[in-house]
Design a protein around this ligand. Structure first.
Ligand code: CA
Length: 325
């Protein structure tokens, strides 16, 4: 019978140790929770060095049939014309809004007590500074009562989008949320810009395309909701919640995320037959739009939004009226 030589013994001992280390590493990897990797930034293509308005793209003039036919508020379709304008190629990010706040000391609506004069009779808990936050429930009784997934959270604001205990650290590239109409008007003024009208926004979202929009399907290149809203978002599009700006393919003009991610405030009042006051038109749908609940991931879709109610799915972008390239 062969006996191992000293060298062979050492080799076997070495191999045994290696096996033990490999086994220990494998067991540790199995028992550790899977690391959640969230994309915090999506790279945008560089613009030409001589771009006249960095971060903006030109939207040419045109005429089109505004509106759509899916929901009542989109109708009737009507002919409109818009002049050319420059538009932010992404939603305004936390980093951009932070620069505005640092420069101006602006305190957002959500960070202040609710104005009792404009909201008489509001219970004390709803008068505290805060914003409306989407919280996915485990189950719902029908989908008529949105209070099942929307909560007014005291302390929620653009700095704390989910309420106290949340923040925007590391989330510079995410769209700013929980802003009011007054906040975005102040931002636009500070930048020497303005908010798009509904017609300007819709024309941009169509990629300056006058032909009828062909599809009502859920778009692939947009952050929306996959699965049964509001209980399960499968995240097939890469994100369960908000996405950093510019993660999906741009439209024909080079504009990102007009559809999906956050709803976007426009300059236009939302008027109805009963003349409800203090509401603005919002456009584009958000990461919460799903085929079973809110098919508003379309250029022609629209919703009303209370001017002074901040929400965790609401953001904006600006335009600039200046000569074209
Ligand atoms: Ca959007």
């Amino acid at each position: 019978m062969n006996t191992p030589t000293g060298t062979t013994r050492l080799l076997w001992l070495g191999l045994g140790a290696l096996l033990l280390v490999t086994l220990a590493t494998w067991l540790a990897a199995r028992s550790a929770p899977a690391a959640r990797t969230e994309r915090l930034h999506c790279a945008l293509p560089a613009q030409p060095a001589n771009a006249p308005h960095p971060g903006m793209v030109w939207v040419p003039a045109g005429s089109f049939e505004m509106g759509d036919t899916v929901y009542a508020e989109e109708q009737p379709r009507r002919a409109v014309s818009v002049e050319g304008f420059w538009m932010d190629r992404t939603e305004v990010s936390n980093a951009e809004f932070a620069r505005f706040v640092a420069a101006t000391g602006h305190v957002t609506t959500a960070e202040r007590e609710v104005d009792a004069a404009t909201h008489p009779g509001l219970p004390p808990e709803l008068r505290r500074p805060g914003a409306v936050v989407f919280i996915s429930p485990a189950k719902v009784q029908g989908r008529d009562d949105a209070n099942q997934w929307w909560r007014y959270v005291a302390g929620a604001s653009w700095r704390h989008p989910g309420g106290p205990g949340t923040d925007i650290k590391g989330r510079d590239s995410f769209p700013v949320v929980a802003i009011s109409h007054a906040d975005v008007q102040a931002y636009a003024r500070w930048k020497g810009r303005q908010l798009p009208t509904e017609a300007q926004w819709e024309w941009a979202a169509r990629g300056a395309r006058a032909a009828p929009m062909p599809a009502h399907e859920q778009p692939r290149e947009a952050n929306t909701w996959q699965g049964p809203f509001p209980v399960l978002n499968s995240g097939e599009d890469g994100f369960i919640g908000l996405a950093p700006v510019g993660c999906y393919a741009p439209n024909a003009l080079g504009l990102y995320d007009l559809i999906g991610n956050v709803w976007e405030l426009t300059a236009d009042p939302y008027t109805t037959a009963t003349g409800q006051a203090r509401q603005r038109v919002i456009k584009g749908g958000s990461f919460l739009c799903a085929p079973n609940y809110c098919m508003r991931y379309r250029a022609g879709a629209r919703q009303p939004q209370d001017e002074d109610l901040a929400a965790s799915h609401l953001g904006f972008r600006t335009i600039l009226l200046a000569p074209g390239p």
